[in-house]
Design a protein around this ligand. Structure first.
Ligand SMILES: NC(=O)C1=CN([C@@H]2O[C@H](COP(=O)(O)OP(=O)(O)OC[C@H]3O[C@@H](n4cnc5c(N)ncnc54)[C@H](OP(=O)(O)O)[C@@H]3O)[C@@H](O)[C@H]2O)C=CC1
Ligand SMILES: CC(=O)N[C@@H](CCC(=O)OP(=O)(O)O)C(=O)O
Length: 349
């Protein structure tokens, strides 16, 4: 598709955190001429409600339209879903049947096996035949193979980008992966809860969903595509008192004859042409270096005393972990410049 093509886009979930970020990115996208926002409450379909829902967007006077698959396919060229898990499995069928382009930020279409979803999300899955029509959109590695793109989870993105080169190049012992991941509070969405209450999470750190996090099977599914010998991973998620950001600290035993130089060459080989992955030549990144951007920054080291490789991978959960990667997938799907609509620098300081 030509670079100058003009697109009308639809978005369901603009009143949520990742939907609001997506709106701001699409608004500045050079190929997007019109954005239709869709809602799910009859009583909230007014501009006044939306000004109140996102005070930061006051004066945008955003108006929600009623969600209707037929009119969306008539009025728009592509649809983004920024809705909680369990929503798109009920709404996706007409779009999939008509091969209408969709980018889905939720977990509903990330798995190939419906039993995996029902086990880890504790709810019924979309039907298997619909799951097969979706493709997993880890943008650096998977160019869109179908018009329904399942945007990856935030922790999964940071972890997979940190591990990919070494897994693909067989530089690790496959059954030794341990991931200690930390996330800011916006990762849980806008709905208030006991664990994102200020008095609980301020000056605190809380490890949650121990051995039960829904991104474990998502990560393993993709790792096994790269290397079928990876049996499982040990993976923990800890909520930390920052608004945005994920840090995945990955520990893995090195295969024989691995050196720091070999690791450097592997990261360099896989990421030298990837605009949104920055490999540090020395040291490890911190969360603030990527907040507000679509970058994944990666640093690593090898400790010969323990034969352990440590990789630190950081992203902004709402950008590379959600809305930013969704725009990257949109660009890849329609043949636009991969950077179109995405900020070139993080927020600093
Ligand atoms: N937050 C993050 O960092 C990341 C989120 N994701 C995924 O992106 C999706 C959105 O997450 P997030 O922005 O955090 O969520 P939020 O809870 O902040 O927002 C959810 C949005 O979905 C709308 N919504 C809720 N229920 C329905 C429904 N039944 N039908 C239609 N719309 C509905 C809400 O509308 P209303 O306000 O009117 O109820 C709101 O606009 C989730 O699937 C999440 O897992 C993925 C990666 C990272
Ligand atoms: C801090 C926090 O709570 N983060 C969320 C990540 C949200 C997400 O990406 O979940 P999906 O797989 O449903 O898209 C969590 O750990 O569940």
């Amino acid at each position: 598709m030509e670079e100058g093509k003009e697109m009308k886009v639809g978005l369901l979930g603009a009143t949520g955190y990742s939907g609001a970020v997506l709106y701001s990115l699409l608004k500045q996208h050079p190929n997007v001429t019109h954005i239709d926002l869709y809602g799910h409450h009859k009583e909230t379909e007014t501009a006044e409600f939306l000004d109140a829902a996102i005070p930061a967007y006051l004066n945008e006077h955003l108006q929600l339209k009623e969600f209707n698959a037929a009119s969306i396919m008539n009025d728009d060229d592509v649809l983004f879903f920024a809705t909680p898990s369990g929503v798109t499995k009920q709404l996706a069928r007409p779009f999939i049947e008509k091969k209408f382009p969709v980018i889905d930020l939720s977990g509903d279409f990330r798995f190939k096996n419906s039993l995996t979803y029902s086990k880890w999300y504790n709810k019924p899955s979309a039907p298997d035949e619909l799951l097969q029509a979706a493709c997993y959109g880890l943008a650096e590695f998977n160019l869109p193979a179908s018009p329904y793109i399942a945007n990856p989870g935030c922790y999964a993105t940071a972890t997979l980008l940190g591990l990919a080169p070494l897994v693909i190049d067989n530089l690790i012992i496959p059954d030794t992966i341990i991931v200690d991941a930390k996330s800011g509070v916006s990762g849980a969405g806008k709905k208030p809860s006991a664990s994102n209450h200020y008095t609980f999470i301020n000056e605190n750190a809380w490890l949650y969903k121990l051995n039960k996090h829904q991104h474990i099977p998502e990560i393993v599914q993709q790792l096994q595509k790269w290397n079928a010998n990876i049996p499982a991973i040990q993976f923990t998620t800890t909520l930390i008192p920052v608004t945005r950001g994920i840090m995945a600290t990955i520990y893995v035993k090195a295969a024989s004859n691995v050196t720091l130089e070999k690791l450097r060459r592997s990261f360099q080989k896989h990421y030298q042409h990837k605009k949104f992955v920055r490999i540090l030549t020395d040291g490890v990144p911190s969360i603030k270096e990527v907040v507000g951007s679509n970058y994944c920054d990666i640093g690593f080291d090898y400790n010969p005393a323990t034969n352990t490789i440590v990789i630190v991978s950081v992203i902004d959960n709402l950008m590379k972990g959600a809305a930013g990667q969704a725009v990257q997938n949109f660009n890849n799907l329609f043949g636009f410049s991969e950077e179109a609509g995405l900020p070139s620098l993080p927020i600093f300081p």
